[in-house]
Design a protein around this ligand. Sequence first.
Ligand code: ZN
Length: 272
Amino acid sequence: MPELPEVETIVRGLNEELYGETIDSLEIFRSDPIIQGDPEFFNEFLCGREIQKVSRRAKYLLFHLHPDGGMVVHLRMTGKFTLTEKAGIPGPHERIWFHLKKGRVLVFSDLRCFGTLECVDSLEKWERSKKLGHEPFSQDFNAKWLRIRLKKSNREVKPLLLDQQLFCGLGNIYASEVLYRCGINPCRKAKRIKLKEWELIVDQTRKVLNEAIEKNGTSISDFRKVDEKTGEFQNFLRVYECEGKPCISCGMPIQKIVQQQRSSYFCPGCQV
Ligand SMILES: [Zn+2]
């Protein structure tokens, strides 16, 4: 599943390519990704509207449309967008074609079909209704707020970092990496984490996400490849899926544990 850096990269690529494009017509091959209204409504709503901007909120893609409204997309496991000059015959996993006025086709494909698309009258109203956690790059996401919010929490810190209602965007891979860089054991109780440590977590969360966005940045011009993990992406990980390998800092073997059905990786020497 794409994490925040991948979604951000996809959004940047789409924004660059689709700015000012008008949706001319739609071909819907499978309508179950459309979660609101019937396919005819979806079609009618989008046709003739211009894409002014593509942005991100949590892991949702927001298409800002002119004169009004928007389209909200969640890629889930395997959803993806590609842009082609000619559509030809639809591939086996292609769900919707968005024919653009200038001739290109924006293709939404989804192997497992968990991705969702919906049209909304107002993106602002949609955001308010979703009650999403703070964005990791916003000022609202800070150490003081985390300390106050979690000073009585018995939850372990690693699963907590994945709680999208607290703050959004940190998935399983990056949560392990962040805690490794902070020297914090994934099993520590949230209430035992000091303000200084929360400051580290906030700082490293932003650093790790920024680095990951930069690494993916090489494929911005070709966002189709974003979900294919590159060698660069693998090199960037210091603990995730490194079970048994020596820690680059102290040499102790990296350990794997399971917390709330998710794998966590950490160094028992460096993370206390
Ligand atoms: Zn270590």
